[in-house]
Each structure stands twice: as C-alpha cells, then as structure tokens.
Design a protein. Sequence first.
Length: 211
Amino acid sequence: MSSRLHASWAFAAAAILGLLITASPAFAECDIDNAIFDDDFTFLDPSWGTASDTFGVEDQALVIRGNWGNVNFSTQSEAANVCADLKIVNAPDPDYSPIGLVWWWQDWDNYTYLFYWSNAAYIEVRRLVKGQSQTLLSSDTLALKTGVGETNHIEVQLRPKDATIFINGTQVTRFKGKPPKGGGSVGVYGSSPDAKPATFAFDNLVVSPPQ
C-alpha cells in the first residue's frame, strides 16, 4: 500500500472514530451509594408527605393522577446530580397532559421544571419567579421516547450557576440558572384536564452530590 493511500485510510479511520466519540451518549453521574436521597418507591416514604387519591405509591412507582405537584425536602441542595424514570401511564387528552421534574424549588411560586408530553419529541424548561412563568427553552430531541407507556430516564446536573439535562443517556441542553439561597428541593408533577385526568409514574429517583 502506498504511503499516500495509507494516509487516506488513516484519515478516514480517525474521522469515523471521531464521529463515534461525538455521537456517544453522555451521562450525569447519580451515585446511589453516596446519595443525598434515593427512592425506588417500594413504599411511600414520609418525606413525600401523605398519600391521597391523586398521589401515592402503586406497583413500586410514585403515581400522580390529574393535577398534582410534590417535592421532597430531603433532597434540598445547592448542587446535585438528579436522576429519575418518568412515564405517562395514560393520557386521555395528550396535548394537555405533560409530566414534569422539578428542581431548585423554594416554594410553589419559585422553582424550575422540565416537562414533556406523550405525543411530542421535545421538552420545555420553565422557571417560576414570584408566581410568574418564564420559558427558558424549548428543545426538539430524538432522545425522548414518545407514546403513552414509554419510560424516559431523565438526568439533570445541577451546579451553582447552570444546569445540564440528559435524556436516556444523551445530553440535550445546558442553560444558566442558580438555586435559591440555601439550596432548593427536587420534586415531581403532572398536569391534565379535570375532565380527562391522566396518570403519571415516577421511579428510581436519585439525588447525589456532584462528582
């Protein structure tokens, strides 16, 4: 093989290798062995509050029906890696039935959250400040599994000045933001019309210190 041809093959191999590395999924690191809080929902831990008709543990998952949001004060931190499995179990009105993950929660007038729907391959991130909603970003992503009954593994790297979102192992977006003074809590929520309530499930929640 000539030196020129050999160099061409070497260049092509390096390009393919670079493409594979670039396309490889990235991961947040949720360390269950050193977690601030973790829950596989074999029962409803008291840190989640009291069970009701719209909120509780069923079949080893945290379940929400209709409109509900809940945070766990044991998750409070200024910086953390957050991981959870989210699933829209049923959605009679999918256009108005998003599932969400909450972080940097100070109170229900001040927090940041991600949400998605069963019938769309994109996510939105919003922030409430003094009760006023601000859309931080909307992002199309092929990493998101669409359809009722699909589980999406959501990971969020929370740092003092920014957050990075991963979906099913793929980094989707990074944006600036910061927790409330003293840290914020992590929570879950689901929203759907009263006349057509949806069911949402959450599992394998881990909140661990940043690595």
